[in-house]
Design a binder for this molecule. Sequence first.
Ligand code: NI
Length: 169
Amino acid sequence: MVRQLVTYPNDVLCENARPVQSIDDYIKELADDMAHIMYENRGIGLAAPQVGEGLRLVTIDISGPEKREELMVLVNPEIVEKEGEAESEEGCLSVVGYKTYVKRADKVRVKATDLEGKPVEFEADDLLAICLQHEIDHLDGILFIDRISRLKRKFYDKKLTKWLKNKND
Ligand code: NI
């Protein structure tokens, strides 16, 4: 299957993703595709809804698209603990042409299943903590632009409308 990056506005990005029931070939292939699309687009994280699949699956590699040393595939990930506060600049492969500062927890504890079906639980801070919160938000239909001020959001929506109009004219 040829999957492609889905960009805002699109319904699949605003919906609650379904839990993965069993880690079969379909899910493994989806994870492969997601990692590929993430690296191709120079991202450090991707959630299944971003490739049009409403499933609770994310790929993350904070070592970046060149190194590709820390690929993490998480099935049904959930944040079980949060601590502190951090504000950092975020962007999203599904939100074209916009980056801004978002407030999040500074440390998180995450529970998930790996691609072999083994339960994993770990703590993360800094960039990984931010990335995990951003990607897990996608599974709940939340984009980083849903976490910014109304004014900033209006500004982005206006900019996007103009941009899409110019593109289609
Ligand atoms: Ni994103």
